[in-house]
Design a protein around this ligand. Structure first.
Ligand SMILES: Nc1nc2c(ncn2[C@@H]2O[C@H](COP(=O)(O)OP(=O)(O)OP(=O)(O)O)[C@@H](O)[C@H]2O)c(=O)[nH]1
Ligand SMILES: Nc1nc2c(ncn2[C@@H]2O[C@H](COP(=O)(O)OP(=O)(O)OP(=O)(O)O)[C@@H](O)[C@H]2O)c(=O)[nH]1
Ligand SMILES: [Mg+2]
Ligand SMILES: [Mg+2]
Lengths: 274, 290
């Protein structure tokens, strides 16, 4: 879009098309275009600067660090709808935290989906991290409990809890996640340190409904945005950050163990505006 | 919702006869909002609205139908038309066993859908075998075997490359007088040259009677890019839209239809083996409109 030469109606139409096609959503797109028009810019460069500043401002004040304390057991829960990348993100996170000097253990609390336990055991092997599991069909909260006991006994300071994918519209399944949070808090005497919602960058406006429901039920502390190595721009993130003040902590840009990166707002925005 | 919003617009209209361009423009703005919120692609929305505008301005307002109902009816009909009017079944081709490939992006629901299809076909008294063609994802074959076991359908994985696995499965399938082989494939990005080349190579080698693109029903604007690239490289014969048991409006369906022209054959509505439904365009049209 920034190859166009003058700020005419054609330009605004192209800009609108670009923003919408990046999944920014109609409401935020119209708001931004209105603000740009009100500024009565004469230069293309002014528009680009304004856009970048506007989008960057949405992330200001948000803490996108993991709030880990090395002397306690830090529990990180990974939740989200089906197929977004929770299990593989845990493998990558275990590898990343180990490289920082933490000693993580993985809780195979997806006891529902076929092959979920086998899948995360392989990720555990890749990361050099132990996986605590029970058999398929057991209570996810009980696997979490066992993982905490294991962590205490073996001096592990991070417990990464995998959960089964679930639609936000299934109330009983959302309740199951609340139970895991409660069991952890009861066992440790303090809350889960991070509850990260794993969001697939190829998904559209429904993500907003997902966050609404998950955030209302759980103590969500952040987002992991996956599959940014595709062609999707993940523009729904701007709306999420604006509406829920939920920080994006990590992005996943591929299927290898080192493909989990700390979220950089400026880099994300530059890629969005291309 | 859209119906109420259009109703409010047209309440103010008193004239009978042809709808004025201004009336239609106002209605189209509301419709545009509804479609974009439903994840219909920007360009598909544009084309659709032009068609609706053209038809709305041509048609004389019927005696017992309000102008808004008229525009809504035209829109609904255009949607159903675009989604594909007739129900299209699976093509089993001439050779036995028939080969069905399921392809698509990572996490779209291919493995689960392979099992759902196997269940449906075995309920129809066909002899089915599942082929574990995903050699990349950790425990992909375990996932398929556990699910296959539940529905008593054999899962075959003999060989180390996808090509070998399918080739061996065909031999075994012929020996065991199988009717259909359903092949699960590795999730891949439409822009991953190596992976798309592999798929191109597999479809050229084996000429499956069905290559079904499995797409997550919650996909946003990117659906156009995905559909375009897959259609460019391989002979897609149909589409399966998954995860429509949530509340995503499913606008990606229109994008995929517009780009590929291929029929949506099934929709996934849950994680269980029987959560596969035939596709009904009128139902999805209503869902997209909200
Ligand atoms: N290209 C790409 N693929 C990814 C990325 N993250 C995850 N995947 C792939 O997406 C697929 C699903 O990942 P999983 O980790 O199984 O997702 P999940 O959320 O645990 O899935 P369920 O437990 O079934 O809900 C796998 O094939 C992953 O390799 C990413 O950043 N890029
Ligand atoms: N709610 C719901 N979940 C589904 C549906 N179809 C598949 N899933 C779930 O989506 C997740 C991903 O499904 P898979 O079958 O592993 O997807 P895949 O395309 O084989 O993934 P990769 O092999 O990693 O590319 C799993 O949790 C499935 O149970 C559906 O129609 N509804
Ligand atoms: Mg998982
Ligand atoms: Mg699979």
């Amino acid at each position: 879009i920034f190859k166009i030469n003058k700020l005419d109606d054609n330009f605004y139409e192209e800009l609108e098309a670009h923003l919408l096609q990046g999944d920014l959503g109609l409401e935020l797109t119209e708001e931004i275009i209105r603000e740009i028009k009100n500024k009565k810019f004469s230069q293309l460069l002014e528009v680009r600067i304004f856009l970048k500043e506007y989008l960057c401002a949405l992330f200001s004040g948000l803490n996108n660090n993991l709030n880990l304390h090395p002397e306690i057991i830090n529990v990180i829960i990974f939740s989200g709808v089906n197929g977004t990348g929770k299990t593989s993100s845990i493998g990558k996170m275990a590898y990343y935290l180990k490289s920082l000097g933490y000693s993580p253990v993985i809780s195979a609390s997806d006891t529902f989906r076929a092959g979920a336990i086998e899948q995360i055991k392989i990720w555990g092997e890749r990361a050099g991290v132990e996986v605590i599991a029970q058999k398929e069909g057991s209570d996810p909260a009980s696997v979490a409990y066992n993982s905490l006991e294991f962590a205490k006994a073996r001096g592990k300071n991070v417990v990464l809890i995998d959960t089964a994918g679930r639609m936000h519209t299934k109330t009983n399944l959302i309740e199951e996640l609340r139970k895991i949070e409660r069991v952890v808090e009861k066992n440790l005497g303090y809350p889960v340190i991070e509850n990260l919602l794993v969001i697939d960058a190829t998904l559209g406006q429904n993500v907003i409904k997902q966050v609404e429901i998950f955030k209302d039920a759980l103590n969500l502390t952040g987002i992991i945005l996956t599959k940014l190595d595709g062609t999707a721009k993940g523009g729904v993130i701007f709306n999420l950050v604006k509406r829920f003040s939920l920080p994006v902590k990590f992005v996943s840009i591929g299927e290898s163990i080192e493909d989990l990166k700390i979220f950089q707002p400026e880099e994300f925005i530059d890629n969005f505006l291309i | 919702n859209l119906t109420e919003r259009l109703q409010n617009i047209f309440k103010r209209l008193r004239n009978r006869g042809l709808l004025s361009e201004k009336d239609v423009e106002e209605a189209l703005r509301e419709i545009r909002q509804a479609l974009l919120e439903a994840d219909v692609h920007y360009k598909v929305v544009k084309d659709l609205l032009n068609k609706v505008k053209e038809k709305s301005l041509k048609e004389e307002v019927l005696k017992n139908v309000s102008p808004f109902q008229q525009v809504l009816k035209i829109l609904y009909e255009e949607l159903v038309e675009l989604l594909g009017k007739e129900r299209v079944g699976l093509n089993f081709g001439k050779k036995k066993p028939a080969l069905i490939f399921l392809v698509g992006l990572q996490g779209s629901g291919k493995t689960t859908t392979c099992v759902k299809l196997a269940y449906k076909l075995s309920q129809e008294q066909r002899r089915v075998m599942l082929v574990a063609g995903d050699t990349f994802r950790p425990a992909a074959v375990e996932q398929l075997k556990i699910l296959g076991e539940k529905i008593k359908v054999p899962v075959i994985q003999e060989g180390s490359s996808s090509k070998e696995i399918i080739d061996n499965a065909l031999k075994i399938g012929k020996e065991r007088l199988m009717d259909v082989l359903i092949v699960d494939t590795t999730g891949r990005l439409h822009i991953d040259e190596e992976m798309m080349k592999e798929l191109e190579d597999l479809t050229n080698t084996f000429s499956p009677s069905e290559v079904l693109l499995v797409l997550d029903g919650m996909t946003g604007q990117d659906a156009i890019n995905i559909a375009e690239k897959f259609k460019q490289r391989i002979p897609i014969t149909g589409i399966i839209l998954t995860k429509l048991d949530g509340d995503a409006r499913g606008g990606a369906a229109l994008s995929v239809r517009a780009v590929t022209g291929k029929p949506i054959k099934f929709i996934g509505v849950g994680e269980k083996v029987f959560d596969l439904e035939y596709f009904y365009p009128d139902r999805l049209a209503g869902r997209i409109l909200g």
